[in-house]
Design a protein around this ligand. Structure first.
Ligand SMILES: [Zn+2]
Length: 166
């Protein structure tokens, strides 16, 4: 019997169908979410003190927006990517920025995700060797995910302003 393929509604990744349920938190196939779980074992165990897990989480969140994903998840993902790409924040600093923003604001707009499939996906990250090669890929993934959201950049910069003010 031919193996069926499932396409992730967020990033477009085509993976063998394992009949996993779609996750509630992201607009993703269960098969793609399984890859994120695998990557999380790596990023949480490793990558301290800069907390590289935050970079992976925000890249994944940005690429799996819309549908059942909550507006705050998308907004925080994009703000995190912006702070890393344009202000050199570490994952740890992004985490602190999210906490600051969560205290100040409760209402987040629905941002429309980019059309088309992602040019770089979590699979590219997992294929890189653990350690420096994979960490470099995570940083490239941050840039790719941020670039794909050009239509929302102005909103993100404005929303992130409170954490950049002294
Ligand atoms: Zn995906």
């Amino acid at each position: 019997m031919k193996q069926s393929i499932v396409k992730c509604p967020g990033c477009g990744l085509m993976l063998p169908n394992q009949y996993f349920a779609e996750p509630p938190r992201f607009r993703a196939s269960g098969e793609c979410m399984e890859l994120f779980n695998q990557l999380s074992y790596y990023t949480i165990a490793h990558g301290q003190p800069e907390f590289i897990h935050q970079l992976a989480l925000d890249s994944y969140g940005a690429q799996h927006s819309g549908g059942t994903a909550r507006p705050i998840t998308t907004a925080f993902s994009l703000i995190g990517l912006y702070l890393v790409v344009e202000h050199g924040f570490t994952g740890k600093q992004v985490q602190q920025a999210h906490m600051q923003l969560a205290r100040a604001k409760t209402d987040w707009p629905v941002l429309s995700p980019p059309k088309g499939d992602a040019v770089m996906t979590i699979q590219d990250v997992l294929r890189a060797e653990a350690g420096e090669p994979r960490d470099t890929k995570i940083r490239q993934w941050v840039h790719a995910a941020w670039s794909s959201w050009a239509h929302a950049h102005d909103w993100v910069k404005e929303a992130a302003r409170p954490v950049l003010e002294p």
